[in-house]
Design a protein around this ligand. Structure first.
Ligand code: HAM
Length: 417
C-alpha cells in the first residue's frame, strides 16, 4: 500500500458536504461584500514568494516546497494566496481598469510545517483582498467581512484580536528598541531567534519556544512606536469597528508571520485551538503591490483556514448529512425493469434518487435505504405493476401506501397524502 504524504489529508465523502457548506457560505458572503472570484495557479516562481512574503520569514526560509524546473526557474507550491493574486493583478493591469479591486480565491496552500491537530502541509484557505483603497473604513469592512463569514458558517467561541504594526518608519524605530531590549538575553533565546535578532527580530515575539516567550514578555510594544499618521489610522479603524458592533481585543504583541503587513493586523482566535492555531488572519499591506511591479497603492486582506473552520463545526448538522429523497427498490433482474425506468424519471424531476441493481433481496435493499437516510422507499413489484401503481414507504413514520406512478414526486414534496 502506498500511503498519503505526511501532513497531507484526504477529504473523505462523509466530510465533503461540510466542506461544500463552508465554501458555499464563503462564496455567498464574499459576493455580498463585493468580492469577485479569481483562480491563480498553485505554483509560482519562487522569487514571487521571496519578494512578497519576505526572505527571512519561516514560511520562505523553511516551509516552502521548492524545486528547480528543468532548464528553467526555481518554482514553489504556493504557501499562501496573496502574492499570487497580486502577481495576477499586476500582470493583467487590473487596477488600471478598476482602481478599487476586490478579489477572493479558495484553494489549497502548502507549507512544510510540523504536522499536528489543525496544522497540515496541504491546507485550504478562503482568501480575500481589497486593493486600491487605504481608508480605515476599508480595514473595518475587511474585518467585518471575515467576521460575518465566520458567523455565517456558524463557528462559535472565537474572538478577534487586532493590532497596528505601523509603517516602515515606525518599524525601523521599533526594531532598534526591540533589539536593544533583547540583546542582553541573546543566549537565552532559541537558536532560531538568536539568528532572527539579526534578520527579523519582530518574529521573536511570535516564537512559540518557552524561553523566547519568557524573554520577550516585557519587550517594548510596537504600539508605543507608531507615528502620528499610523496612530490616527489605527484609532479610526477601532472607532469604525465599534460603530458597526464588531467586538475586538487589542493585542499589541500580534505581529503575524508574513513580512508584508503594515498598519492594521488582525487574527481570529478560537478558544479551543488557541493563539498558535488561529482560524484566520490578515492585515494591510502598503507597499506589496508596488514591490511586485504594480502601482503604488495599498491593499488589505485575510485568509481563513478551511480545516480549522471544519474542525469547529459538528459532524451531524442536518446540512452536512447526505440527503437521499428516494430509494427505489429494484424487484426482478430484467433489463426492462419498471424500477430502473422510475429511477431515471425521478432524477430528471430534480429529486436525489438511489437504487442498487445487483439483485439484492428487498430486506437488504431496505437496509441500504436506511444507511443512506432515504426519506422514502418506492417499490414496484408484480402486484403494483398489475395495478399500474407503486408502494411508497415513509422512512420516518414507517407508513406505507399505494400511489399512482405519476403522483410520486408530489408525495415527496408533501403536496398530497
Ligand atoms: P496566515 O495567517 O499565514 O495568513 O494564514 C491564514 C490562515 O490559514 C491561518 O489562520 C490558518 O487558519 C490557516 N493555516 C495557515 N497555515 C496552516 C496550516 N499549516 N494548516 C492548516 N491551516 C493553516 C495568510 O496566509 C495571509 N496570506 C492572509 C492574508 C491575506 N493577509 C492579507 N491577505
Amino acid at each position: 500500500m502506498i500511503n498519503l504524504i505526511k501532513g497531507f489529508h484526504d477529504i473523505l465523502p462523509d466530510q465533503s458536504l461540510k466542506w461544500a457548506f463552508i465554501v458555499n457560505k464563503a462564496r455567498n458572503c464574499l459576493e455580498r461584500f463585493g468580492f469577485r472570484e479569481i483562480v491563480t495557479p498553485i505554483m509560482e516562481k519562487t522569487e514571487l514568494f521571496q519578494r512578497g512574503i519576505g526572505r527571512t520569514t519561516d514560511i520562505v526560509e523553511k516551509e516552502m516546497y521548492t524545486f528547480q524546473d528543468i532548464g528553467s526557474d526555481s518554482l514553489s507550491l504556493r504557501p499562501e494566496a496573496t502574492a499570487g493574486i497580486l502577481r495576477a493583478v499586476v500582470e493583467h493591469s487590473m487596477l488600471k481598469r478598476e482602481p478599487v479591486l476586490k478579489l477572493f480565491t479558495i484553494g489549497p496552500m502548502f507549507r512544510r510545517e510540523r504536522p499536528s491537530k489543525g496544522r497540515f502541509r496541504q491546507f485550504f484557505q478562503i482568501n480575500a483582498e481589497t486593493m486600491g483603497d487605504d481608508s480605515p473604513l476599508t480595514d473595518a469592512e475587511t474585518i467585518l467581512a471575515s467576521y460575518t463569514l465566520l458567523d455565517d458558517i456558524g463557528v462559535g467561541n472565537f474572538s478577534l484580536e487586532i493590532n497596528s504594526v505601523g509603517c516602515k518608519n515606525c518599524r525601523h524605530l521599533y526594531r532598534s528598541a526591540l533589539v536593544k531590549y533583547l540583546e542582553p538575553s541573546l543566549n537565552s533565546l532559541c537558536p532560531d531567534c538568536q539568528r532572527r535578532i539579526e534578520t527579523n527580530p519582530l518574529r521573536i515575539l511570535d516564537c512559540k519556544e518557552p524561553q523566547c516567550i519568557a524573554v520577550s514578555r516585557d519587550a517594548p510594544l510596537i504600539t508605543e512606536f507608531l507615528d502620528s499618521s499610523c496612530r490616527d489610522h489605527f484609532e479610526k479603524v477601532k472607532l469604525a469597528l465599534t460603530s458597526i458592533g464588531v467586538p475586538f481585543r487589542l493585542e499589541p504583541r500580534l505581529v503575524r508571520g508574513l513580512d508584508y503587513y503594515t498598519r492594521t493586523a488582525f487574527e481570529f482566535v478560537h478558544s479551543q485551538l488557541g493563539r498558535t492555531k488561529a482560524l484566520g488572519g490578515g492585515g494591510r499591506y502598503d507597499s506589496l503591490i508596488s514591490e511586485l511591479g504594480g502601482p503604488d497603492v495599498s491593499g488589505i486582506g485575510f485568509g481563513l483556514g478551511i480545516e480549522r473552520l471544519a474542525m469547529n463545526l459538528p459532524d451531524d448538522h442536518a446540512d452536512f448529512l447526505r440527503n437521499t429523497d428516494i430509494f427505489v427498490a429494484i424487484i426482478g433482474a430484467g433489463p426492462l425493469n419498471p424500477g430502473f425506468e422510475l429511477v431515471s424519471r425521478l432524477r430528471r424531476s430534480g429529486l436525489s434518487v438511489e437504487a442498487r441493481y445487483s439483485g439484492m433481496s428487498l430486506k437488504a435493499q431496505m437496509k441500504v435505504a436506511d444507511r443512506l437516510s432515504a426519506g422514502w422507499v418506492v417499490m414496484i413489484g408484480d402486484d403494483e405493476l398489475a395495478l399500474g401503481k407503486a408502494t411508497m414507504r415513509d422512512m420516518t413514520t414507517k407508513r406505507q401506501f399505494l400511489v399512482e406512478l405519476d403522483d410520486i414526486e408530489r408525495v415527496v414534496r408533501g403536496e398530497i397524502f
